[in-house]
Design a binder for this molecule. Structure first.
Ligand SMILES: Cc1cc2nc3c(=O)[nH]c(=O)nc-3n(C[C@H](O)[C@H](O)[C@H](O)COP(=O)(O)OP(=O)(O)OC[C@H]3O[C@@H](n4cnc5c(N)ncnc54)[C@H](O)[C@@H]3O)c2cc1C
Length: 443
């Protein structure tokens, strides 16, 4: 289908690397085989190499071609649906440890960026969960208080403080997450790739896994070779079900973004927003916005897609693109003349309790996976890499216990699809009502 809207097949952040690695074309024996070259896979490989293990990474396209090279770049300590829901589901102690895990994922990612000298435009401006309607104020105030009570570095911003910070008028109050900020996702994953290669990780690109046998030893096969290893680590997140493993752990969800043309000086001045905080809206299916180091605005989400049978929803999605474009226009009337340079999509992995998980499978516990970041994987997937590497060494990472819980499985098809459709329908209906209320308020 010819694209009517400006469409980027992967994203504006990454392109096929000039030093694309050769496909696997041998039968290799190593200590650990990692499948997937995103934040999870490369962080795992780097942490394992630092401990002296020999590691091969199999990546079906190029490292960074998945969500790690497509995302919006918010490095934030957001976890679960929201803090009040975490408290209801898990109680105070477990909710507090999840909040600390989320903070730790941001701090760990900052450390990885520093350690490997990755130049990824990382700006520590924090992120704001922003209200758009008076009805959001009590909810966000309560959420901030609950989060503070659990030790999170957040604070409530009333309307006056939002205006003092120069935040766009559409955003009427908010919860400021002081830890984290935003980065260039492509430069971050490219930096991890460079560090992994320099550390001696054997990376095979254009090398899709065709079969993973647990063994032990585990055998990962591709079209032209195989890797036999003591441990296999699945780092394929939203793509995992297609490997035949963990089919009921996650549901893949399609998410779209846009990037505008660079803002002119006048547009930048009219916009305010000097602090450059990342913004998510208090919708059920949030909108997200940030200004990039290149002076463009990136925004999106709003409308998400599930597909039947674990297939990945299509990337070119004009309805989703139009919906994020119209949300962007509504939130930023001062930018009404600003053109959109491109739209793109990627896939996130949703768990039923909206928390990530580290799984140990195989008859001898030698097939590990880390997945289900529910759209918050920039930090969480990076920390997951360190946790998976510890588990391979037979040790428990200090943060592993925070994620231990009774995990819920998605039901088999067609129930999974029906359940996802109903949940999505409810959230969309709530958000449409909220948007009607916002429009009514603004006349
Ligand atoms: C549009 C969008 C916006 C997002 N925005 C944010 C954000 O602002 N902040 C945030 O924290 N998170 C965000 N996320 C989520 C975040 O990007 C992910 O959670 C994170 O990148 C997951 O990393 P990963 O390495 O586990 O998965 P991925 O980056 O998806 O990597 C998986 C890799 O596995 C490879 N693979 C799949 N199947 C096979 C196979 N059979 N053989 C070999 N290789 C295979 C894929 O090609 C891919 O490279 C966003 C995601 C999307 C899609």
């Amino acid at each position: 289908m010819a694209a009517e809207l400006p469409y980027e097949e992967i994203s504006p952040w990454v392109e096929t690397p000039a030093d694309l690695r050769d496909p696997l074309a041998e039968n290799l024996r190593t200590d650990v085989v990692v499948i997937g070259g995103g934040y999870t896979g490369l962080s795992t490989a780097l942490a394992l190499r630092a401990q002296g293990a020999h590691v091969a990474v199999l990546e079906q396209d190029f490292a960074g071609s998945g969500a790690s090279g497509r995302n919006a770049g918010h490095l934030s300590p957001t976890i679960g649906k929201d803090i009040p829901t975490l408290l209801r589901l898990f109680g105070r102690e477990r909710a507090a440890s999840l909040v600390r895990f989320a903070d730790a994922s941001v701090e760990h990612t900052e450390e990885v960026i520093r350690k490997h000298g990755i130049d990824c435009d990382y700006a520590t401006n924090g992120n704001i969960l922003a209200g758009l309607h008076p009805k959001h104020e009590p909810r966000l105030r309560r959420a901030a208080e609950a989060a503070q009570g659990l030790g999170a570095r957040v604070r409530f911003l009333a309307e006056g403080e939002m205006r003092e910070r120069g935040l766009p008028a559409a955003f009427t109050c908010g919860v400021l997450e002081e830890c984290g900020g935003a980065l260039h996702p492509g430069r971050y994953i490219t930096g991890l790739r460079r560090a992994a290669l320099a550390a001696g990780v054997r990376l095979f690109e254009r090398s899709a896994l065709t079969e993973l046998v647990a063994g032990p030893p585990a055998v990962a096969r591709t079209a032209h070779g195989s890797v036999t290893a003591d441990f296999a680590v699945l780092a394929t997140n939203a793509y995992t079900a297609a490997t035949g493993w963990k089919k009921r752990a996650i549901a893949p969800l399609g998410v779209s973004l846009l990037e505008t043309e660079p803002l002119s000086d006048d547009q930048r001045a009219a916009l305010g927003w000097q602090g450059g905080e990342g913004i998510y809206t208090a919708h059920e299916t949030l909108e997200n916005y940030r200004i990039t180091a290149q002076g463009t605005l990136v925004g999106g989400t709003k409308l998400v897609r599930f597909a039947f049978g674990h297939r990945l929803p299509a990337g070119y999605d004009p309805e989703a693109f139009r919906s994020i474009d119209s949300a962007f226009r509504a939130r930023f009337p001062a930018l009404r003349d600003l053109g959109v340079r491109r739209f793109w999509s990627g896939w996130i992995a949703l768990t039923l309790d909206l928390l990530p998980a580290l799984h140990v499978d195989g008859p001898k516990g030698n097939v590990l996976s880390g997945l289900g970041y529910c759209g918050h994987g920039v930090g969480q997937a990076t920390l997951m890499g360190a946790m998976l590497a510890e588990r391979v060494q037979g040790r428990e990472h200090p943060w592993e216990s925070a994620l231990q819980r009774r995990r819920l499985s998605w039901p088999p098809e067609p129930l999974r699809w029906t359940c996802a459709k109903i949940l999505n329908g409810v959230f969309t209906a709530i958000d449409r009502r909220t948007d009607r209320q916002i429009r009514a308020l603004r006349g």
